[in-house]
Design a protein. Structure first.
Ligand SMILES: [Fe+2]
Ligand SMILES: [Fe+2]
Length: 166
């Protein structure tokens, strides 16, 4: 059993993880349309990771004897003006997710639900990595600027990225 507010917040976050996957797939579609296949692959892998996060929360809700509830996802941003803009939007999205997990942790602490506090710690660590990764890509892309050759090489590196569940 979970405290009702905590259950609602976990359900909301599970849905938000699937929304994040949705948003990254929209970024992949923009990259593919512009023939940046390496960046498209980066976002497709990122979307897989977000669905993995959603499933992790789904499993946790079930393990606690509750039922996961799915809701409609809003339409993500689909128009971008540059690859850099997709990464800046990605960073903003990750920062918002971090804030959400802080709020969830506050609720778990108020409920003195130590199992959920422990569960959420994994996500807090994960968010540090997610934000750092987007910040690094933004720095690289700014440094590369209009250098097409370097951008090409950088993209080839991202084309090899693949997400595997731990
Ligand atoms: Fe996530
Ligand atoms: Fe994420």
């Amino acid at each position: 059993m979970l405290n009702k507010d905590l259950l609602n917040a976990l359900n909301e976050q599970m849905n938000h993880e699937y929304y994040a996957a949705h948003a990254y797939m929209a970024m992949a579609a923009y990259c593919d349309k512009e023939s940046y296949e390496g960046f498209a692959n980066f976002y497709i892998q990122q979307a897989k990771e977000e669905r993995y996060h959603g499933k992790k929360i789904y499993d946790y809700i079930n393990d606690r004897g509750e039922k996961a509830e799915f809701s409609a996802l809003s339409a993500p941003t689909s128009e971008f003006t540059s690859i850099l803009e997709t990464f800046e939007d990605g960073l903003a999205q990750e920062r918002d997710v971090t804030r959400r997990f802080y709020n969830l942790s506050d609720l778990a602490n108020e409920a003195k639900d130590y199992a959920t506090i422990s569960f959420l710690n994994w996500f807090l660590d994960e968010q540090v990595e997610e934000e750092a990764m987007f910040e690094t890509h933004i720095d690289y892309l700014k440094r590369i600027g209009d250098d097409c050759n370097t951008l090409y090489l950088y993209e080839k590196e991202l084309a090899a990225r693949s997400f595997d569940e731990e």
